[in-house]
Design a binder for this molecule. Sequence first.
Ligand code: C5J
Length: 222
Amino acid sequence: MPMIRLTAEPAAIVLDTTRTALIIIDMQRDFLEPGGFGETLGNDVSLLQQAVVPCQTALASARRSGLLVIHTREGHRPDLSDAPPAKIARGAPSKRIGDPGPMGRILIRGEPGHDIVADLAPMNGEPVIDKPGKGAFHQTDLTQLLRNSDIDTLIVCGVTTEVCVQTTIREANDRGYRCVALADACASYFPEFHRVGLEMIKAQGGIFGWVSDATSFANALD
Ligand code: C5J
């Protein structure tokens, strides 16, 4: 069996690469580029750029090693029928979900802002999960997809650390998956939340997962 040992905290983890998937969360223009959802909420979107190269490192290694690679995108149907009114109404953004912006309608499927950034574009055959919520399991077919590929471990990266990355890891943990967050391949608009978000995952002996980094992941695979 193609077993590898990945350096991680709170302890190293042994993975079967045939049962491990890399899941890249919401590396979309709407979160990483000016004029999208992230900026309408008042965030400095440049802070998320630092996750791009580590995500590329993890992605290239996963592809070379034949791991299942899954991409996710947060967004809604054009008629907003899948968007909870409470989500649309929340906060005091400069533009709300569905409003027109420089990259098309904010957080709407099919609009330029909803696309994954060019540096991490999915390849043909890599599943892309469109999710209306923060967690990748909520109202998606991710469970079935993982079951069909006999996956037991998720390597998780993307944005933002304490929102969609952590929500997905919590959901996955409760469903019995082992999750490893790649610290440098995740990012937040709030550096402190990024740090503490990762601490939360690995505290108490790994209460809901492990934390590693993109280079360690690539070294373990290559
Ligand atoms: C947020 C996400 N932060 N992808 N979404 O609203 O983390």
